[in-house]
Design a protein around this ligand. Structure first.
Ligand code: FDM
Length: 215
């Protein structure tokens, strides 16, 4: 007997610099989708709850050290370990809202000496491809108005500047559905912008197969 295929959920990623509001907006988006009867779940990278994620968390707090290539691969492994769950949810029709993804992986590691973007991208090749990547754009001056840096690794203005340049490089990649959001707007205006674009992406994704990133 013919069985109607269920409609898959969309994979929606939020990226951007520190203090652009990614985490706030991810939570608001999940809530808004759920309230409009679209099943949605939040996923955060790094996911600090798994054994790999705990190693990453200790590294970010400078409680442990890892060689730079090794930690890049840990961040990537932390995504790959979530892939079976992500695919299952998407197939069940659940839209996933993801706070940071492979793009953060590449932008941060390639800000280190001796790391090419190409090398950094390799372990990410074949991950579930986002249907939409929202880049929350905020100038360093505006970010500074929102508060000081925290005390985790990478939270220095020199490193962040290099990361920003890498994101701007990644934005030129037309194989990825990047959409730039003006994150200097009010929380509610940013939210409305993101919600409108997400609804469109969810409709579009229903008739498209899930892709493979950078493959
Ligand atoms: N980060 C995050 C990476 O270096 N690589 C990655 O793959 C990911 C997902 O970890 F500094 C960095 C980015 C940031 C830190 O911080 C995680 P938050 O505040 O938990 O997002």
């Amino acid at each position: 007997a013919a069985v109607m295929a269920g409609k898959r959920g969309a994979l929606i990623v939020l990226e951007g610099m520190d203090r652009a509001g990614k985490t706030t907006q991810c939570k608001k988006l999940v809530q808004a989708l759920q309230q409009s009867n679209r099943p949605a779940d939040l996923i955060t990278f790094p996911d600090r709850t798994t054994p790999i994620g705990q190693q990453i968390s200790a590294y970010l707090k400078s409680d442990t050290d890892f060689e730079d290539h090794a930690v890049h691969l840990l961040f990537s492994a932390n995504r790959w370990e979530m892939v079976p769950l992500m695919k299952r949810k998407l197939e069940q029709g659940v839209t996933l809202v993801v706070d940071r993804y492979a793009f953060s992986g590449v932008a941060f590691s390639s800000a280190k000496q001796g790391f090419s973007m190409d090398w950094c991208r390799n372990p990410e090749v074949g991950l579930p491809k986002p249907d939409l990547v929202l880049y929350l754009q905020l100038s360093p001056a505006e970010a500074a108005l929102r508060g000081q840096f925290g005390d985790e690794r990478y939270e220095t203005s020199a490193f962040q500047k290099a990361v920003k340049q890498n994101f701007e490089q990644l934005l030129k990649d037309s194989s990825v559905n990047w959409q730039v959001i003006d994150a200097s707007q009010s929380v509610e205006d940013v939210h409305k912008d993101i919600t409108d674009r997400s609804h469109k992406a969810i409709i579009r994704a229903q008739s498209l197969p899930l892709g493979e990133l950078w493959k």
